[in-house]
Structures are given as structure tokens and as C-alpha cells.
Design a protein around this ligand. Structure first.
Ligand code: PEP
Ligand code: MN
Length: 341
């Protein structure tokens, strides 16, 4: 922490600030300039008091933290890419995986048919929501337990690992009984009890970025999971709220590039929720590969026109085939191995 004092601060007032910093466990070092005095406070800002409250002292002009708040998720802490294993899949560290499936699990026929075409075209994980965090309470809320059972059957039929959302700490055990990857959605991205309970499951957590989260808030949410003993996290950018309304959200590719630079964790992109429209999904997916993402989370449906949620943004089987065919050479150019190829 760097504390800048106001010009002309008296010696007793400088001492008061030094004493306050010491009380919080910092070692203050005085730097006297021609006009101003600065106090560099040495100590771990993550484990000590932040000192930011000293701004209330009349002799203090500004306080600037110099350490980042996250640690375990950072490249400074671990330089090499984290590689997560699910069975024989390796996620991160030079692979590109596509997790695909419907927004919601709707019926046995729907999820089994989807799982089959996802696998056929080279998807390596099956997504599908059993518990759905819908904006309106009058919209389809998901099949709940029944949806989980259908996901279990789809996994048994195809061998595809399951990515599915958990919405509350009470459901973690139940959902983790079926899921290989627990998805935490944008609306819950900073739900601390859910982050902690999900971490305790020991499952891989796919953490969506909150729609209004800064990148450091997203990384700090991931830090919660790691700090609670689970470093198996996939970050997922899914579009943020901006002034632009032409698409459902704005896909923040800068955040993907930044997350890759700042963190060793794999980063996925969800072009479906970013775009909110099926005809934008393939272009955004191409961009995701080019910016350095490690995978995609994409919504697909055997017949999007009859989907119970997010119908307008789901790809038909043929479009999904086209997406996969287009991704393959792009992944190669980026030096990535596609799925398990
Ligand atoms: C979803 O993946 O279907 C979903 C609800 O996503 P998000 O949390 O990004 O809105
Ligand atoms: Mn959806």
C-alpha cells in the first residue's frame, strides 16, 4: 500500500499514520519528497487489513494498493497452464474442447438425441440445465431431479461427461451426483455460499462471469473456489451488459485475453448467451478460438423452434456440424488440439 500525505503534514501527523499502519501489521517506510511525504507500507495486503480505511484521516490524500487481490488463480502463483482431467479428457494447456447441449433438459428423447449428435460432430462434453435460473418466475424452470436423471442416461448412452448448473448450496450434493462439471451461472457468479459449497464437492467448476462483473471480480470469485481447497476451475466468459442492445449481451473478448494472461485456469467462451441469436454463434465462436480460449460452451437443440428456453440462440444439429468443421482448422492454427483428437 502506498499512502500519500497532504502537503505540509506535520511530523506528529505523519507519525500517527505510521502508527496506524503498524497496528494493522505493516512496516511503514517513509519517503520524503520535496513537496510531499509518501509512506510505503510493506506487508501482504491479502492477509492484513487493507489500510484503505485510513483515508478518513485528514492528513491522508490517497491510498493505493499495489498488490492484486487474487493469488491462487494468478499466473504469478502458477506460471504454467492448469490442465484439468475428466476421464481421458485434458482441458487447458493446448487443447480446445466444445461442451454442447440444450439450454434446458426437456425430455429423454431430446437429451439423448442431442448427446448423440454432439458426440458425432466432435463435442466432448454434454451441457444441459436441469435447474434453470430464469429471469421470469413464469418461464420454464427446468425438470429438476428428473432432468438430472435424464442427464445420467445421456451420459450412459454416449459416455459424454456432463456439465450442468447448480443454483443453490443445498443442491450441490444432488447435482454433483450426476455432474462431472458444476456450472455456476452468471446470476450466481458472486454468490459466496454457493461458490464455497460447490468448491467442497471436489468437482470441476465452470464459473461464468457475472454479467456486470469486472474481470478482477470474476477472478476473485474463482479465487473463492481455490481458497476453499478446489483448484479445478474453468472460467467462462458469456457476455456482459453494455449500452449495446443489438445482441443479448456483448461478448467481451478483451476479458478472455486478459483472463488468459492473468490466470493459469482454462478459459471457455459461451457464444450462445453472449449473442442471444443463433446466427451470431459461429462468428463469435471463431473469434473465441482466435483470442486464445480453451473451449466453448454452446447451446444446441434437435429442434430449437420448440425449445422450452433460449430457443432463438440454439444451433440445429446441422449448424453444430458446421461450427465444428470450421473450428477444427482454426484450432490448429492456434496450435491447439481439438477435443480428444
Ligand atoms: C445457461 O448456460 O443456460 C445459462 C443460464 O447461462 P448464464 O448463467 O450465462 O445466463
Ligand atoms: Mn440458456
Amino acid at each position: 500500500m502506498i499512502i500519500v500525505l497532504k502537503p505540509g503534514t506535520s511530523e506528529p501527523d505523519i507519525l500517527k499514520v505510521e502508527e496506524a499502519a503498524k497496528k494493522f501489521g505493516y512496516k511503514p517506510r517513509l519517503i520524503r519528497g520535496v513537496e510531499r511525504t509518501v509512506i510505503a507500507c510493506i506487508g501482504d495486503e491479502r492477509t492484513h487489513h487493507t489500510l484503505e480505511s485510513l483515508i478518513v484521516l485528514p492528513q491522508v490524500e490517497s491510498i493505493t494498493p499495489i498488490q492484486k487481490k487474487y493469488k491462487l488463480v494468478s499466473r504469478e502463483y502458477q506460471e504454467r497452464d492448469t490442465v484439468l482431467r475428466i476421464g481421458d479428457l485434458k482441458i487447458g494447456g493446448g487443447t480446445f474442447h466444445v461442451a454442447a447441449g440444450p439450454c434446458s433438459v426437456e425430455s429423454k428423447a431430446q437429451i439423448i438425441e442431442t448427446a448423440r449428435f454432439v458426440k458425432q460432430f466432435g463435442g466432448t462434453l454434454l451441457r444441459g440445465g436441469a435447474y434453470k435460473p430464469r429471469t421470469s418466475p413464469y418461464d420454464f424452470q427446468g425438470l429438476g431431479r428428473e432432468g438430472l436423471e435424464l442427464l445420467r442416461e445421456a451420459k450412459a448412452a454416449t459416455g459424454l461427461p456432463i456439465v450442468t448448473e447448480v443454483m443453490s448450496p443445498q443442491d450441490v450434493e444432488l447435482v454433483a451426483g450426476v455432474a462431472d462439471v458444476l456450472q455456476i451461472g452468471t446470476r450466481n457468479a458472486q454468490n459466496v455460499p454457493l461458490l464455497i459449497a460447490s468448491a467442497a464437492s471436489g468437482k470441476i467448476i465452470l464459473l461464468k462471469r457475472g454479467m456486470s462483473c469486472f474481470v478482477d471480480e470474476w477472478l476473485l470469485a474463482a479465487e473463492y473456489i481455490c481458497a476453499h481447497g478446489n483448484n479445478r476451475v474453468i472460467l467462462c466468459e458469456r457476455g456482459i451488459r453494455t449500452f449495446e442492445t443489438a445482441c443479448r449481451n456483448t461478448l467481451d473478448l478483451s476479458a478472455v485475453a486478459l483472463a488468459k494472461k492473468e490466470s493459469h485456469l482454462p478459459v471457455f467462451v459461451d457464444p450462445s448467451h453472449a449473442a442471444g441469436r443463433h446466427d451470431m454463434v459461429i462468428p463469435l465462436a471463431r473469434a473465441a478460438v482466435a483470442v486464445g480460449a480453451d473451449g466453448l460452451l454452446v447451446e444446441v437443440h434437435p429442434d430449437p423452434a420448440v425449445a422450452l428456453s433460449d430457443g432463438g440462440q440454439q444451433l440445429k444439429p446441422k449448424q453444430f456440424g458446421q461450427l465444428m468443421a470450421e473450428l477444427r482448422p482454426l484450432a490448429q492454427v492456434m496450435g491447439k488440439t481439438m477435443g480428444n483428437e
